[in-house]
Structures are given as structure tokens and as C-alpha cells.
Write a protein that binds this ligand. Structure first.
Ligand code: ZN
Ligand code: ZN
Ligand code: FE
Length: 767
């Protein structure tokens, strides 16, 4: 009888290309086990043998490399082998590529140490990386993840890198993008030159991890204004990059949750509350940044460096100090780091396109000779109710899948028109693409096609059907109807809320509140403030916000004063239109349109109600980017409170006209507080009424308005006070960027329900 045991373990999840095998190797050595580990088509397969097999089994999931994520572990005890003397990492077992693609990760602490250690062979090398950090998704052509399948294939490893790559005790064991100054990519311009250009007020286009970025000195107002002019981006906020938390907190207040997010390996942009310049309590001089960085907004989007090149730029800005202590010290320099593209176009990622399209915008273009395969914008998050909420999900997160409650057939969901993402399902996983953008122009539509092709190839699936938004004029609808596959149309807000249902794996009866900009309703009207009752995959529209006018049609979304004028008309205060909006061209004609009901469609959109409030309070009459009027309004909020009798529930409608009437007598600040407080209270009361009536206490909340911190926090608080159980989007943005998941989940389940008979689910009707 031997005390030896042998176990066979199959691990699935994000376990390839993340340092998982060396981790297993070292752990097996630690427990004096023999056996082997290898990558397979399904994940990682391990066999271990020895006296401490049980210890290994217990311990290995507890201290994983930080990029690894386990979905399942299947363990089986088998008969020990008589002769086995070592533990080895063996060649991959070929099979269908079912593993995941890891997202790109910011430079890790170990690599950072080497980057600034003059004895290291990676000293000041802008492309160092290891199994714990560096490019992944952005350089991978297809799975299995292997150097030959990435854009590193053109860089043969030098002798030293070769040794690192094959040494299981090395941090770079099988680190596919590993490289050094002798064998890897090189920059087209020295870091010193880059920094000289930045310091003298130039705008640089620098090839980053997921695409080109425009970088300049954020403290130089003339440069900021030059950037605005050249990008033709007159008010949309720019993102910033600060060296560390100490530097970022010079300009913003940062909570514990926000610190965790900023320093997470994904290194997203985090929206942080601007500090009041007078009360910052800092010793570092002025904390004022030029106003044109984020005009009128209470928050700044800040990220920390995430590539070796970013760190090298800060190093040079800091005067090239020795050692690594400077990395944690305050540095006054702060940079604008924004995606390089012409306004409205997607991020540029090829050297050719950058050369053509950025010459008018950038004073110099800095590139390097490794291709970006998949472009990725920087991700953006904000903390609401102590939880991270995605504003934009891309680098560092895509293409991590979302687990569904059960398996669905493979489907392709095409998302929405604005903030487009696509979603493809494989088994019980939904893969949502990175942010693609608004499908408004040829370049974005090209990106949309490119993403569909790439995801289908990565995942090696053949979708059985295509799901699209119900809107007849969206490009996605046209695309869906021209595929050789059955198609299903899903109502916009149904998809919004289904995305929340899907990620929380909710089933059965729930209430759903969609607060949104615009979505094509079943009746052809512009919906956007909807209360639904869900029963599995079906919904009933219980009610909506009271319809308001969109005088002039679509243009009203860009001209909030028009919507405000429509509200004044509804309030019977026509004289106020000419008083308040006398400077707006067309205000007289607009009243005429309203009276005759010409080109003044109705909408139940909550986003448009925000616009109207913003314009009535003289905060914003014109929106230059999506959501601007609402964001400026939110920026005025300090202490939201509810107006008693500020709303009326009339049949199926929640009428907020009493609140809007009150705003006419408010200052912008008072009005912003009143609007947010009353809207949240009214919505909570409305949901609560239905909840009691229907005995359904779960409510899913979705739509772009849930990026509003005050609305979201208050609504959740009131919901809890009423005994409701609210669910918000956690793994995806609550905006149109999350719609593709809801579409895929509904579509996939519809395919099951209709027993896969094509003719039954080819439809142009909502699910
Ligand atoms: Zn590293
Ligand atoms: Zn090398
Ligand atoms: Fe929407």
C-alpha cells in the first residue's frame, strides 16, 4: 500500500496565457508532486501524484495569478503510476479552441522594477511585459493563444528571451509577447524627443496598446484649446493621465473604491469628483486645470499609466530620476490622453490610417513596428453607490464573457445604433465586444463588420440566427436582414432590461424600469421611460413617463431648448417660450409647429426630460455631445431633495409636469437638486405601486440614465425603503452598449422555445 495518490484535474476559464501553468508547476514542486500540466482545447489539464495531492487540490484555486479566472474545476482520483520522477509542463494537446482570450493588462510591479533598474536587460525598454501584464487581446489573431498567432510572430526571440520563455521558473515562461531591446519592437522616436515636444506645447499622436492616442500637456491651456480646435471637439471632456494616486488627488477627490479601480491591472479611466481649488488642502501649489478640459462638469476622467511607454514619458517628465521611489511621489505633470480619431470616427489603429488622418491633428506621430490586431478604446468607469459602473467597456475587460444561466444556441446580436457593441454566445457564455461606437459613418460600420468577423473567428462558432434592434432604419437591421440566417427583432428597452436580467441570471416575474434616451417602441413611438413586467422572456408595458414633445423631430435631441419649449406649451405657458428662448432662432415657428402638431412627435424618453430640465434652468440649450445637457445638470447637484406633489400618476403615465412647472422659478442649482430628488422619488413610488398591485418585488433598472449617480443612488435607496429588490447593470454599461447582451439572451432563448424551426422565428416583431 502506497501513501501516494494521483489526481486528474481539468480547469476551465481564463487559464491560458496568464501564467497559469508556471503557477501550477511551482506549486507542484512545492508539494513535492510529480506529474504534468498542459494546455488543452478546453482549458488546462493537470495530473499530480504524491503524498500531498489533497493539499494541492485545496490550495491551488486560492492564490491564482491575477489575470487567471477559473470557471470550473473537475477533479478525479486515479490510480498512481509506478514510475514517475518529475513534474513537467508538456506540449499543448490540440483541440478545439474553447478557452478564453485574456484582456490586455497594465504593466505589473515586477516589470516596472525592471524598467527602471539600470542593471536589468529590460532597463528603459518600452515594450517589456510578462505573463502578468502586457498586450493580449489587442495583438491576438486567433486562438489558441500562442506567439505565432499574434502580431509578435515577426519578432524571433533572442537567445536570452528564448531562455526566459522556456524556463518554468521565469516570470516570462510562455509569455507570448515577451521581447527585449535586442529582439522586440522599437519606437520611431526617442522618449526624450517625445517629452521635449510635449513640454513645448505640442500635440503628439502616439501608438498605444489598443490604438493611437493624442497626448499633450493638460496644464497648458493654449495646447488644450488647440487640441479642441483640431479635433473639432468643442466641449466633450478629455481624459487625463496622472503618474499615481498622489498626483491625481491634486485635482480630484478619490474614494477608497475609486483608488481600487484606478490601480486595478485593467487601468481604466475613472470619473472622479473635481476638487474645489480653494479647499484642496494640498501642499502642491495650484490645483487648477484649464477649464476647457471638461467644461462645466463636476468630474474629471483620470487614468494611471498602463504601458511601459507611458511610464517612460512620466520618467522623462520627472527629469529621469534614479530608482523607483519617484513612481510613488507626487508629480505635477498631468497629460491629456485621448483617443486619436477625427470627431465621430472610431479609434485609429493602423500606421497607415494614422499617417493619413492625424497629420492635421497631431504635431508629430510616434509609432512602433508591432501591429495592433484588435483596436480597443480605454475603458471608463465611475463609482455609484460604492460599486463600479461601466461607462465604456473596452481595454482591460473585453472580451471577458458573461455567464448565462443556461446554454443557448450560438447567436449573433448586433446591439444598438449608439454606443454599439455586438454579442456572440457560445454555450452558456456571452461574449460582448469592446465598445465600437455610434454606427453613424462608414468607418464605424467598418469597425462593426471587422468585430463580427474577428469574434466569430476567435470563438469558432457559427451563429444560428441574428438579433437586431426593432428600429427599421438602423444599419444593424439592414445588416441582419441581409444575412443568410434567420433574424429576430427585439424592442430596444426589452433588450436593455433583458441585459440586466441575463447578467444577474434572473428568471420568472420581475418589474423592469428603463430610463433611456431613445428606442423604437412597439407602437412606432420614441420610447425611453418605460415600466415593464417581465415573465421570463416576455414583457408587458405597464406604463411610461407622460409623453412630451420633440418639436422639430430628431433635431430636438441636440437642441434641448426645443424640448423645454414643448414642456412650456404643455404647461400652458406659451408666453414663456418667447421670454426664455427669445435668442433661439425659430422659437416663433416652433410654437406654431406645436399648436398645429406639425413635426412634433411625442416621446416618453427620460433622457429628453433631463434635457428639458437642463434647458429650463438655463444650464444647456444646445448639446454638442450625447448626454451633455444631462451631465451639466447633474454637475449642479449638491443636495437633491424631492418636491412634494411634484408628480402625478395618471393611469399608465407618470406625469412630472408639476416638477417642471416648479423649475421655472428655480436657480440652476436649486432646480438640479429638485429635479433629481423628485424624479427619483416619483419613480420609486410608481414602481412601488405596481409592485404591491402585482406582488412582484424584484425590479431591474436599465438605460443610459442610470449613469447618473444621484438618480441611481436615490432610486436604489428609495426602492430598498419600499422593500423592493433593485438590480443594476454591473458587468456592462447600463447604456446602449449593454443592449447586445439582452438581445442575445432573448434571441438565444427564443431559438430554443421555437424548437429551432427556422420559419417560426424569422420575424420582424418583438420577442
Ligand atoms: Zn509584468
Ligand atoms: Zn530578446
Ligand atoms: Fe437605449
Amino acid at each position: 500500500m502506497t501513501d501516494k495518490a494521483r489526481a486528474k484535474i481539468l480547469v476551465t476559464g481564463q487559464v491560458q496565457g496568464v501564467g497559469f501553468r508556471p503557477y501550477i508547476y511551482q506549486l507542484a514542486k512545492h508539494y513535492q508532486l510529480t506529474g504534468w500540466v498542459c494546455n488543452t482545447g478546453e482549458g488546462v489539464s493537470i495530473e499530480i501524484q504524491g503524498a500531498k495531492v489533497q493539499d494541492f487540490i485545496k490550495y491551488f484555486p486560492l492564490n491564482l495569478p491575477h489575470l487567471a479566472k477559473i470557471d470550473t474545476i473537475n477533479t478525479e482520483l486515479i490510480s498512481p503510476y509506478a514510475e514517475e520522477s518529475s513534474f513537467d509542463i508538456i506540449e499543448s494537446i490540440a483541440g478545439a479552441a474553447c478557452t478564453k482570450i485574456s484582456p490586455d493588462a497594465g504593466t505589473c510591479q515586477h516589470c516596472l522594477k525592471e524598467l527602471f533598474d539600470h542593471t536589468s536587460r529590460f532597463y528603459l525598454y518600452p515594450f517589456l511585459n510578462c505573463t502578468q501584464c502586457g498586450p493580449r487581446f489587442s495583438i491576438t489573431r486567433q486562438l489558441p493563444y500562442d506567439r505565432s498567432q499574434t502580431s509578435m510572430d515577426v519578432f524571433p526571440l533572442c537567445k536570452e528571451c528564448h531562455c526566459d520563455y522556456h524556463d518554468p521558473n521565469n516570470r516570462r515562461f510562455h509569455a507570448q509577447p515577451t521581447a527585449c531591446i535586442h529582439c522586440g519592437p522599437a519606437l520611431s522616436m526617442s522618449v526624450n524627443e517625445i517629452v521635449q515636444l510635449i513640454n513645448s506645447g505640442n500635440i503628439l499622436a502616439i501608438k498605444g496598446l489598443g490604438g493611437y492616442q493624442l497626448i499633450c500637456d493638460a496644464r497648458n491651456e493654449a495646447t488644450v484649446l488647440k487640441l479642441r480646435k483640431r479635433k473639432a471637439r468643442y466641449s466633450k471632456p478629455f481624459a487625463l493621465m496622472a503618474l499615481n494616486l498622489e498626483s491625481a488627488s491634486q485635482y480630484t477627490s478619490i474614494s477608497a473604491e475609486e483608488k481600487t479601480l484606478l490601480t486595478h491591472w485593467s487601468k481604466p479611466i475613472v470619473l472622479l469628483q473635481k476638487k474645489h481649488p480653494v479647499h484642496n488642502g494640498s501642499n502642491h501649489g495650484s490645483s487648477l486645470l484649464p477649464a476647457p478640459i471638461a467644461p462645466g462638469l463636476s468630474h474629471l476622467g483620470i487614468m494611471l499609466p498602463y504601458t511601459p511607454l507611458h511610464y517612460l514619458i512620466f520618467h522623462a517628465l520627472a527629469g529621469q530620476p534614479d530608482g523607483i521611489e519617484w513612481l510613488h511621489e507626487y508629480l505635477a505633470n498631468i497629460l491629456i490622453v485621448t483617443s486619436a480619431n477625427a470627431s465621430g470616427n472610431p479609434l485609429l489603429f493602423t500606421d497607415e490610417a494614422a499617417g493619413n488622418e492625424l497629420k492635421e491633428i497631431a504635431d508629430a506621430i510616434v509609432t512602433y513596428n508591432r501591429d495592433i490586431v484588435t483596436r480597443l478604446d480605454d475603458s471608463v468607469l465611475r463609482v455609484i453607490n460604492h460599486h463600479p459602473v461601466y461607462v465604456r467597456r473596452a481595454r482591460g475587460f473585453a472580451p471577458e464573457p458573461i455567464q448565462l444561466v443556461g446554454e443557448v444556441p450560438s447567436v449573433l446580436a448586433l446591439g444598438s445604433y449608439l454606443k454599439n457593441t455586438i454579442c456572440i454566445t457560445r454555450g452558456n457564455e456571452a461574449f460582448i465586444s469592446q465598445h465600437i461606437g455610434d454606427l453613424k459613418n462608414a468607418a464605424s460600420i467598418h469597425f462593426f463588420h471587422e468585430t463580427i468577423t474577428r469574434f466569430t473567428k476567435y470563438l469558432q462558432v457559427k451563429p444560428e440566427c441574428v438579433i437586431h434592434d426593432y428600429h427599421p432604419d438602423y444599419y444593424s437591421t439592414y445588416f441582419a436582414q441581409h444575412q443568410a440566417l434567420p433574424s429576430i427583432a427585439v424592442q430596444h428597452h426589452h433588450a436593455h432590461l433583458a441585459a440586466v436580467l441575463a447578467e444577474h441570471q434572473l428568471q420568472g416575474k420581475t418589474l423592469g424600469l428603463a430610463l433611456d434616451g431613445f428606442g423604437w417602441g412597439d407602437d412606432g413611438m420614441a420610447w425611453g421611460g418605460e415600466l415593464f413586467l417581465f415573465d421570463h422572456y416576455h414583457y408587458e408595458r405597464l406604463g411610461s413617463l407622460l409623453p412630451i414633445y420633440l418639436p422639430g423631430g430628431d433635431i430636438a435631441a441636440k437642441q434641448p431648448w426645443r424640448i423645454a419649449a414643448g414642456i412650456l406649451f404643455q404647461l400652458g405657458q406659451e408666453d414663456q417660450i418667447s421670454k426664455r428662448f427669445k435668442d433661439q432662432r425659430g422659437h416663433v415657428l416652433l410654437l406654431d409647429l406645436l399648436k398645429k402638431r406639425i413635426n412634433s412627435p411625442l416621446t416618453t424618453s427620460c433622457g429628453r426630460l433631463f434635457d428639458a430640465a437642463s434647458a429650463l434652468l438655463n444650464i444647456c440649450h444646445y448639446s454638442h455631445y450625447e448626454g451633455q445637457a444631462a451631465m451639466l445638470l447633474e454637475s449642479k447637484v449638491s443636495a437633491p431633495h424631492a418636491l412634494e406633489n411634484g408628480w402625478v400618476i395618471e393611469g399608465k403615465h407618470l406625469n412630472l409636469l408639476p416638477l417642471m412647472q416648479q423649475l421655472l422659478n428655480c436657480s440652476p442649482e436649486e432646480g438640479a437638486n429638485l429635479f433629481h430628488g423628485t424624479l427619483a422619488k416619483a419613480l420609486a413610488t410608481w414602481i412601488n405601486d405596481w409592485s404591491k398591485k402585482l406582488q412582484v418585488y424584484t425590479v431591474v433598472l436599465g438605460g443610459g440614465c442610470f449613469l447618473n449617480q444621484f438618480l441611481c443612488e436615490l432610486l436604489v435607496r428609495y426602492s430598498h425603503e419600499y422593500g423592493l429588490i433593485p438590480y443594476l447593470a454591473k458587468q456592462l454599461p447600463p447604456t446602449d452598449a449593454g443592449i447586445s447582451l439582452g438581445q442575445a439572451w432573448l434571441g438565444g432563448n427564443k431559438v430554443i422555445v421555437t424548437t429551432r424551426k427556422d420559419d417560426q422565428y424569422v420575424s420582424s416583431h418583438p420577442c
